[in-house]
Ligand binder design. Sequence first.
Ligand code: R5P
Length: 286
Amino acid sequence: MYIIGGTASKSIAEDLSIELDAPLADTISKRFPDEEFYTRVKDNISGEDVVIVQTSYPDKNIIELFLLQNAAKEAKARTITVVIPYFGYARQDKKFEEGEPVSAKALASLIGLNADNIITVDPHKEYILDFFSTQAYSCSAVPEIAKYLVDKEIDMILAPDKGAINRVKNASKIIGCDYDYMEKNRIDGETIEIKPKNLDAKNKNVAIIDDIISTGGTMAKSIHELKKHNAKDVYVACTHGLFAGDAVRKLFSAGCSEIISTDSIISKFSKVKIAPCILPILGKLT
Ligand code: R5P
């Protein structure tokens, strides 16, 4: 078996290679002067089970993923398992208005063309796994995030909306603290409203866990609400830290004590490794 790491997810590929005791393929990756991407897998992967690890975000990493999949196919790999730590475009999982694409489905059908198995982490909605024509599995980074939070003396874990309640329930079991949720209403892509809720947050250390932080709007409003309820330290944690625009500034000026995300998208807040969540599924498939 060979592990191939795309440029967006090299460190996860390295972690998986060490844990599975499988070689990390030697690859060449470069851009032509016109910005088109070039890649080459130097090892002979013919007849091998191949695991390609690449986050499908931002757009340039999607092209790289397609090229790596094609390289594996052309080299006659025995099986191709694609690990997508962050599955970009997952939030457009239906037509919100007539004339729109179902972007998650579009991406899934293209990735599925050269894949036997797909694994992704904390997809925005589980049902997007059905968009793949091949076997697709998901795992969650929340247990690893909870382990990171164990030392922070957290009194309560919060979900920014009711839909994410199971995520925080699991984390609260690991940490051994209470859990609750905020009442969120999305007005449009960039505007949300966090409705006041009778939270018992006074003098408590609170961690808010979400799947994605993009503009930071959801978290910033949740932090404001908690501070109004006299919370002590507020930690914000997510699986996928996109941190679009001035998200980071927004979070700190709202009063957050620490930002935590995983390495599904590399940033200075990638404090939690995602490989341990992927291993159990990968272990069963390979
Ligand atoms: C939405 O349902 C997601 O779970 C996140 O809450 C959302 O994507 C966060 O986006 P933003 O950081 O832009 O508020």
